[in-house]
Ligand binder design. Sequence first.
Ligand code: ZN
Length: 223
Amino acid sequence: MSATATARAAAAPTARPCTARAPRAISSSSSSGFAPARQPRGRPARGALQVAAAAAAAAPEAPTLPFRVGHGWDLHRLEPGYPLIVGGIEIPHDRGCVAHSDGDVLLHTVVDAILGALCLPDIGQLFPDTDPRWKGARSDIFLKEAVRLMRERGYTIGNIDCTIIAQRPKMSPHKEAIRDNLCQMLGAHPSVVNIKAKTHEKVDSLGENRSIACHAVVMLLRQ
Ligand SMILES: [Zn+2]
């Protein structure tokens, strides 16, 4: 994100991005090691991961699954004066996503799908919007961390299917560039990464060019 775009994001007092979901019970568990000021850049809040790891360790039998399925969903408000970044590609439009980070609705969705498949805390817990490190951050940072966590647990991308929902602009001219970029970030072949796009029939905020949303389903395969 450019310095100008970052400044624009900083000037948005009512921004409520998807990374606003950090539950108090987890983010306040400082006794489990949550220490934002000492986190290396690009790494999430460790408290949420430690809570998840402790819960998994406490379970009597942890199955080793040959594959795992995860679902992701995200929505951002669209307003003039912000860049529209989807899948790491800046798309020309008269408005963009209001967010704490760069507001990349597709990457946020893919991150949550991967984290969901792994039964890990969601993107809002790992990268809370109360953490100044993520202000104006590029969302590929979040995806790189999700991929690292996936590989650390012995999984790789089986396939992923994404659906972008936006009335405008038309996504079809950008779908291949988005897929190429996503394949590179995931380390996946194009034959297992699908990008679809739909309008919202001109109804509700999505159909009135006031928001953009994305769904994704991912299957991870054990390596
Ligand atoms: Zn988001």
